[in-house]
Design a protein around this ligand. Sequence first.
Ligand code: HEC
Length: 84
Amino acid sequence: MTNCAGCHGFSMISIFGRYRNAYDHYGFASTSMPWEDAGALPLQDYIDIVAYMMRESGFPSGDVELRPIRDVLEQILPAQPGRR
Ligand code: HEC
Protein backbone atom coordinates (compact mmCIF):
# COMPACT_ATOMS: atom_id res chain seq x y z
CA MET A 1 0.00 0.00 0.00
CA THR A 2 2.70 2.50 0.95
CA ASN A 3 5.14 2.06 -1.90
CA CYS A 4 3.20 0.72 -4.85
CA ALA A 5 -0.56 1.17 -4.56
CA GLY A 6 -0.34 4.93 -4.97
CA CYS A 7 0.22 4.39 -8.68
CA HIS A 8 -0.94 0.82 -9.20
CA GLY A 9 -3.91 0.40 -6.89
CA PHE A 10 -4.94 -3.23 -6.75
CA SER A 11 -4.86 -3.61 -10.51
CA MET A 12 -1.62 -5.57 -10.59
CA ILE A 13 -2.50 -8.37 -8.20
CA SER A 14 -2.74 -10.92 -11.01
CA ILE A 15 0.31 -9.74 -12.89
CA PHE A 16 2.53 -12.69 -11.95
CA GLY A 17 1.28 -14.70 -14.92
CA ARG A 18 3.01 -12.30 -17.29
CA TYR A 19 6.44 -13.23 -16.04
CA ARG A 20 8.43 -16.37 -16.79
CA ASN A 21 9.06 -16.97 -13.11
CA ALA A 22 9.16 -15.24 -9.75
CA TYR A 23 12.71 -14.05 -10.31
CA ASP A 24 11.71 -12.09 -13.42
CA HIS A 25 8.88 -10.45 -11.54
CA TYR A 26 11.06 -9.62 -8.56
CA GLY A 27 13.90 -8.50 -10.82
CA PHE A 28 11.75 -6.03 -12.67
CA ALA A 29 10.14 -4.60 -9.54
CA SER A 30 13.41 -4.29 -7.62
CA THR A 31 15.30 -2.52 -10.41
CA SER A 32 12.51 -0.39 -11.95
CA MET A 33 10.08 0.42 -9.14
CA PRO A 34 8.86 2.65 -7.60
CA TRP A 35 8.78 4.51 -10.91
CA GLU A 36 10.21 7.78 -9.55
CA ASP A 37 12.71 6.23 -7.14
CA ALA A 38 13.69 2.86 -8.60
CA GLY A 39 15.36 0.43 -6.24
CA ALA A 40 14.63 2.53 -3.18
CA LEU A 41 13.29 -0.32 -1.05
CA PRO A 42 15.20 -3.05 0.76
CA LEU A 43 15.35 -6.21 -1.40
CA GLN A 44 13.35 -8.16 1.15
CA ASP A 45 10.52 -5.63 0.77
CA TYR A 46 10.34 -6.30 -2.97
CA ILE A 47 10.20 -10.03 -2.47
CA ASP A 48 7.52 -9.54 0.20
CA ILE A 49 5.50 -7.55 -2.35
CA VAL A 50 5.96 -10.23 -5.00
CA ALA A 51 4.96 -12.91 -2.48
CA TYR A 52 1.88 -10.87 -1.54
CA MET A 53 0.78 -10.48 -5.16
CA MET A 54 1.33 -14.18 -5.82
CA ARG A 55 -0.72 -15.18 -2.78
CA GLU A 56 -3.54 -12.77 -3.64
CA SER A 57 -3.72 -14.20 -7.15
CA GLY A 58 -4.23 -17.71 -5.77
CA PHE A 59 -0.69 -19.04 -5.57
CA PRO A 60 -0.25 -21.32 -2.55
CA SER A 61 1.98 -19.88 0.17
CA GLY A 62 4.79 -21.98 1.58
CA ASP A 63 6.01 -22.73 5.09
CA VAL A 64 9.05 -20.47 4.91
CA GLU A 65 9.41 -16.83 4.02
CA LEU A 66 10.34 -16.13 0.41
CA ARG A 67 13.85 -14.70 0.08
CA PRO A 68 15.46 -12.75 -2.77
CA ILE A 69 17.54 -15.74 -3.88
CA ARG A 70 17.74 -16.14 -7.65
CA ASP A 71 18.08 -19.94 -7.83
CA VAL A 72 15.01 -20.39 -5.68
CA LEU A 73 12.86 -17.76 -7.39
CA GLU A 74 13.58 -19.07 -10.88
CA GLN A 75 11.91 -22.34 -9.95
CA ILE A 76 8.63 -20.67 -9.03
CA LEU A 77 6.55 -20.55 -12.18
CA PRO A 78 3.11 -19.08 -12.79
CA ALA A 79 0.44 -21.63 -13.68
CA GLN A 80 0.26 -21.70 -17.44
CA PRO A 81 -1.74 -24.55 -18.92
CA GLY A 82 0.02 -26.10 -21.87
CA ARG A 83 3.36 -24.54 -21.07
CA ARG A 84 6.16 -25.41 -18.69
C1 HEC B 1 5.19 6.83 -9.14
C2 HEC B 1 4.30 5.77 -9.66
C3 HEC B 1 4.68 4.32 -9.44
C4 HEC B 1 4.97 3.71 -8.24
C5 HEC B 1 4.99 4.34 -6.83
C6 HEC B 1 5.21 2.32 -8.55
N1 HEC B 1 5.07 2.10 -9.89
FE1 HEC B 1 5.22 0.29 -10.85
N2 HEC B 1 4.84 1.20 -12.63
C7 HEC B 1 4.67 2.56 -12.81
C8 HEC B 1 4.62 2.83 -14.25
C9 HEC B 1 4.43 4.22 -14.87
C10 HEC B 1 4.76 1.58 -14.90
C11 HEC B 1 4.81 1.31 -16.39
C12 HEC B 1 6.30 1.23 -16.73
C13 HEC B 1 6.61 0.72 -18.08
O1 HEC B 1 5.68 0.33 -18.81
O2 HEC B 1 7.81 0.68 -18.40
C14 HEC B 1 4.89 0.58 -13.87
C15 HEC B 1 5.03 -0.78 -14.11
C16 HEC B 1 5.17 -1.76 -13.13
C17 HEC B 1 5.21 -3.17 -13.37
C18 HEC B 1 5.09 -3.86 -14.72
C19 HEC B 1 3.64 -3.82 -15.06
C20 HEC B 1 3.32 -4.61 -16.28
O3 HEC B 1 2.26 -4.33 -16.85
O4 HEC B 1 4.09 -5.50 -16.66
C21 HEC B 1 5.39 -3.80 -12.16
C22 HEC B 1 5.50 -5.30 -11.87
C23 HEC B 1 5.45 -2.74 -11.17
N3 HEC B 1 5.31 -1.52 -11.78
C24 HEC B 1 5.61 -2.98 -9.83
C25 HEC B 1 5.69 -1.97 -8.87
C26 HEC B 1 5.98 -2.23 -7.47
C27 HEC B 1 6.21 -3.62 -6.86
C28 HEC B 1 5.97 -1.02 -6.85
C29 HEC B 1 6.26 -0.75 -5.38
C30 HEC B 1 7.64 -1.06 -4.97
C31 HEC B 1 5.67 0.00 -7.85
N4 HEC B 1 5.51 -0.62 -9.06
C32 HEC B 1 5.53 1.36 -7.58
C33 HEC B 1 4.54 3.51 -11.83
C34 HEC B 1 4.75 3.30 -10.46
